[in-house]
Design a protein around this ligand. Structure first.
Ligand SMILES: [Cu+2]
Length: 90
């Protein structure tokens, strides 16, 4: 048994989880008035690589998604604004 490599390494798993784990983001999105708007915001976010599991809450004026990096939050806000809506961080 001694000298045998463990099949998995806890510390490596933890550091990978820190680095690779997508972060759940919620943005306020103003200016959406119908399903077309929320669909537009949805497609805008889905078009950004590194962003996944997008859902847009039209009535709650929110966009919820997972982002692979902190810099994607600013990018998401910028692209939503360029699409004609008003995004802001909670
Ligand atoms: Cu609309």
């Amino acid at each position: 048994m001694q000298g045998m490599k463990r099949p998995w390494d806890i510390s490596q798993q933890l550091s990978e989880g820190d680095k690779m784990g997508p972060q759940k983001i919620i943005l306020n999105v103003d200016g959406m008035s119908c399903g077309h708007c929320s669909g537009m915001v949805q497609r805008t976010l889905e078009g950004i690589s590194g962003i996944s599991n997008v859902s847009v809450d039209l009535n709650g004026k929110k966009a919820i998604f997972e982002a692979d990096g902190q810099d994607l939050i600013a990018k998401a806000v910028k692209e939503i604004n360029e699409a004609g809506y008003k995004a802001s961080e909670l």
